[in-house]
Design a protein around this ligand. Structure first.
Ligand code: ATP
Ligand code: LTN
Length: 333
């Protein structure tokens, strides 16, 4: 128990905005499992963030429970870690309001994810899409987080989180821990198989392999992955993004370094590389899928665990929020 208290806090979240891809797994969820022993961890199903893009209510509900089960199936322990759903802890929305008042329009308009997503959601340019990073900052800062493992696409959101925390601390004293991003280079940006200039994304199913895909679908998708016309197997993200991406996926699932993988595939063709990548992915997802099927068969149990964990998260979040309310001068009696 003593040791547990001495550990720093790690926090991350994934949106229940669709089926989880191997990009989410390699860039985020697998990293969580590798770090979870060294930190006090919270892993969130960020359903409020998912609402920034129109969702079908029944699907959002289903995706939320499925992502919760997938976290556990991937190896995270809901007793040791706090795995919970964002909307079950109202302090996230409450702190967001306060932090909105400490965030500038100018800094939010510079966010590349906002520019990207607003270009793709012209018919629903809502204010939530704009203030998305403030909700994310609230997630992180509520738990006095030191480390935030995320993919490369979230780097800018971590920077604005740090800026908001520092700005607040400069005015009111040390209220928030200023968090660090954890973004390992080789795993932080898995690319789309159909368009290796874009990242693999769960809201763009074309080019994505899902963690719950069956073996035939995995083989078919990887066989069709876009590569290039020279036949050399090496890492060169600029000139050979498709092949580099396949090597990185292979490395993440096989446990071999990319250098070892390059040695292994020397002199072989892309067909052989793709077969080996498929084999590695299938072998890697199989135990997760098996565990997932067992978990999802008992929804009552999952629900119970989710509620217990929300309660644990809430106790921590409430402490920070109370302090913030007091510091800014909201009358608390
Ligand atoms: P959406 O398509 O709905 O925006 P997404 O697939 O980008 O979703 P998020 O829920 O936004 O996924 O991201 C969850 C985590 O997975 C984040 O840490 C994010 O950086 C990481 N991640 C997402 N896509 C990739 C990818 N292609 N490679 C590596 N990490 C990724
Ligand atoms: N915005 C992140 C998901 C997210 C998150 C967080 C990640 C929401 N809150 C807090 C880390 C910490 C994304 O991947 N789209």
């Amino acid at each position: 128990m003593k040791q547990l208290e001495n550990k720093k806090t790690l926090y991350s979240g994934v949106q229940p905005s669709g089926n989880i891809t191997i990009g989410n797994y390699i860039g985020a969820i697998r990293q969580f499992t590798l770090l979870s022993d060294q930190y006090n961890c919270l892993f969130c199903v960020v359903d409020l963030h998912a609402l920034t893009v129109r969702q079908i209510p029944a699907e959002l509900r289903r995706n939320t429970l499925e992502l919760f089960a997938l976290y556990i199936a991937a190896g995270l322990d809901p007793q040791k870690n706090i795995i919970y759903c964002q909307s079950h802890v109202p302090e996230h929305a409450e702190l967001t309001w306060i932090l909105n008042c400490f965030t500038y329009m100018g800094e939010l308009s510079r966010m590349t994810q906002f520019k990207d997503k607003s270009a793709r959601n012209q018919d629903n340019l809502n204010a939530g899409l704009f203030t998305y990073p403030v909700l994310m900052a609230s997630d992180i800062l509520l738990y006095q987080t030191s480390l935030v493992p995320v993919g490369e696409d979230q780097r800018q959101h971590l920077e604005i989180t740090r800026d908001i925390a520092e700005r607040f601390n400069n005015i009111y004293g040390n209220v928030f821990v200023v968090p660090e991003a954890y973004i390992p280079k080789e795993t932080s940006k898995i690319l789309s198989l159909s368009d290796p200039l874009r990242k693999m994304s769960k809201s763009e199913p074309d080019g994505a392999v899902f963690l719950l895909d069956n073996a035939d679908d995995i083989r078919r998708k990887i066989r069709r992955a876009v590569t290039d016309s020279d036949a050399e197997i090496r890492i060169d993200i600029e000139n050979k993004p498709g092949v580099s991406n396949l090597l990185q996926i292979y490395s993440a699932f096989s446990g071999e370094s990319t250098d070892e993988a390059i040695g292994r595939f020397e002199g072989q063709g892309y067909g052989q590389l793709k077969k080996a990548v498929s084999d590695a992915v299938i072998a890697g997802v199989e135990p997760i899928q098996k565990r997932y099927q067992e978990l999802i068969a008992d929804k009552g149990m999952l629900h119970q665990q989710m509620m217990n964990n929300a309660e644990r998260a809430r106790q921590i979040a409430a402490r920070t929020l109370r302090k913030v309310y007091k510091k800014v001068g909201l009358y608390q009696g």
